[in-house]
Design a protein around this ligand. Structure first.
Ligand code: MN3
Length: 178
């Protein structure tokens, strides 16, 4: 996790800053030759920075609030939109395990119709729907689990439920709900 935070996440922050600086330079020089490249870089690294910030914020040591099951308004919303916590958990787990290559399993909130939905992301930015915001996510790039779980992504995903900080996930939902 230390390596993941200090090396991988930092690379996305640096990459986003670089892409935004290059886009500003392109405007200043009126030279848009590399616009496709820097636009892609901005989305990839911006997505990486956002999702990693989310990822760190919604995990906690089991001794410090991680694990268990959601309560309160989040538990109610999960029941409303997925039928039960168990059905939600199975759906989310299957989604995360089935990401093709590198990516994320994500729980989004869609403000337009006030619904939770589960989506995958490939890399850091593909397969999103518009108008939705991730409130919880698991990184399923190999760098997230290879040191401890080698190629056993399913074991990592199943273990990850023991560190989910449901209070923070609920705060993320509430911040979007009004
Ligand atoms: Mn990562």
């Amino acid at each position: 996790m230390e390596l993941h935070h200090s090396k991988h996440h930092k690379a996305y922050v640096d990459g986003l800053n670089k892409a935004e600086a290059e886009l500003a330079k392109a405007r200043a020089n009126n030279d848009f030759t590399l616009i496709q490249h820097w636009s892609r870089q901005a989305a990839f690294h911006g997505g990486g920075h956002f999702l990693h910030s989310l990822f760190w914020s919604i995990i906690a040591d089991p001794k410090n609030g991680g694990g268990g099951e959601p309560t309160g308004i989040l538990a109610d919303k999960i029941k409303e939109d997925f039928g039960s916590y168990d059905a939600f958990k199975k759906h989310f787990t299957a989604t995360a395990i089935a990401v093709e290559g590198s990516g994320w399993g994500l729980l989004h909130y869609r403000a337009q119709d006030k619904k939770l939905l589960i989506l995958q992301a490939e890399n850091q930015q593909k397969l999103s729907a518009w108008g939705t915001t991730p409130i919880m996510g698991i990184d399923v790039w190999e760098h997230a689990y290879y040191l401890k779980y080698q190629n056993k992504r399913a074991d990592y995903v199943n273990a990850w439920w023991n560190v989910v900080n449901w209070k923070q996930v609920q705060s993320n939902l509430q911040a979007l709900m009004h």
